[in-house]
Design a protein around this ligand. Structure first.
Ligand code: DAH
Length: 339
């Protein structure tokens, strides 16, 4: 009996050593200590042992079991610890890895410049309105005192949908649409896309943006026009900016002018940026022509007003010192990122 126990004990030790997983270890336990286990069988056979030998044999059996159980527990402890370590190292999180960044976009330079213009004019009490990009010839030309045979029409050589409908060549038709509504006084700006059949180059594009402006009220004079636009220029390009009005011709204003601002790079001394001029042309403007007022149902004897048209790209190019308009439309993130 003693030898048998000794054999069970030795083989148990070996099997436990060899069990490399918790499952295997459990199989070993069952094979020895389970209902049909080797040691259990020995216990069951105790009844065949003579009475006097029983205490001694019993003690031996117990010792063997305790010894095996202790060894099993120790082996399980070690296997569990190893399993935990394996899991920890396979699921490891490297907290020093750079985080995935959310690539936040930002506004296009055109939009930044437009919002700046809008901010300044709404601050002066102007409303921002919009008109259609596909426009009637009537609004784009006729109602602005540009009749069918007018040379200005040629200048703005146009994309026609049919005889009556064009892709608007300017935002000025929005003036007419607002005047027609009959609500006076008017103080509005109208930004938007315009179209001309221009060849693409550094300063031209068949599609670009303008910001129209118009004020109609009683006793509006050229002094109001000058004051308003020079205040806007100071806000837009810096406190020291001066403005200059040069006589010009637009069919829908009389008198008409083009406005220049002192170069904000050299302050007016002349530099590469302003091509040595000291001045940069920025917009067209004038007092709304009485004929234009009348065509839209406003009495020029009672009301007067001024209007202006700003080229948005021109402003954006100047403000951000970009020397080629095409860059604004190429959607190259490396370029756009800079603003
Ligand atoms: N519409 C003109 C253009 O596209 C710009 C312009 C000039 C608008 C004078 C005006 C204005 O409102 O008064 O060239």
């Amino acid at each position: 009996m003693k030898e048998k126990l000794q054999k069970i004990r030795e083989s148990a030790m070996r099997e436990i050593e060899e069990a490399k997983t918790l499952d295997k270890l459990n199989d070993v336990r069952v094979a020895i200590l389970g209902k049909k286990g080797e040691l259990t069988a020995v216990l069951k056979s105790m009844k065949d042992v003579s009475k006097e030998d029983r205490p001694l044999v019993g003690q031996l059996v117990n010792e063997t079991r305790e010894h095996i159980e202790a060894k099993l527990d120790a082996a399980r402890g070690m296997l569990e610890k190893a399993a935990l370590e394996a899991r920890l190292s396979s699921e490891v999180i490297d907290v020093t890895l750079p985080a995935k960044k959310n690539e936040a976009g930002h506004r296009h330079p055109n939009t930044i410049a437009l919002e700046e213009v809008e901010r300044i004019f709404t601050g002066m009490g102007y409303e921002v309105v919009e008109g259609p990009e596909v426009e009637y010839d009537y609004y784009n030309f006729e109602a602005l005192n540009i009749p069918a045979n007018h040379p200005a029409k040629d200048e703005q050589d146009t994309f026609y949908i049919n005889d009556e409908i064009v892709l608007r060549t300017q935002t000025s038709p929005v003036q007419v649409r607002v005047m027609e509504k009959g609500k006076l006084p008017i103080r509005m700006i109208a930004p938007g896309r315009v179209f001309r059949s221009d060849e693409v180059d550094a300063t031209h594009s068949p599609s670009f943006h303008q910001i129209e402006g118009m004020v109609i009220d009683k006793n509006v004079t050229f002094a109001d026009l000058k004051g308003t636009l020079s205040e806007w220029a100071k806000e837009m390009f810096g406190e020291d900016t001066k403005v200059k009005f040069r006589p010009h011709h637009f069919p829908f204003t009389e008198p008409s002018a083009e406005m220049d601002v002192t170069c904000f790079k050299c302050g007016g001394n002349g530099c590469r940026f302003c091509k040595g001029e000291g001045w940069i042309e920025i917009l067209g403007c004038g007092m709304v022509h009485p004929k234009v007022l009348r065509m839209s149902g406003i009495d020029p004897e009672e009301y007067s007003g001024f209007a202006f048209g700003i080229g948005l790209e021109r402003i954006a190019l100047l403000k951000y010192e970009i020397d080629d308009m095409r860059l604004l439309y190429e959607n190259d993130i490396r370029f756009l990122k800079q603003f």
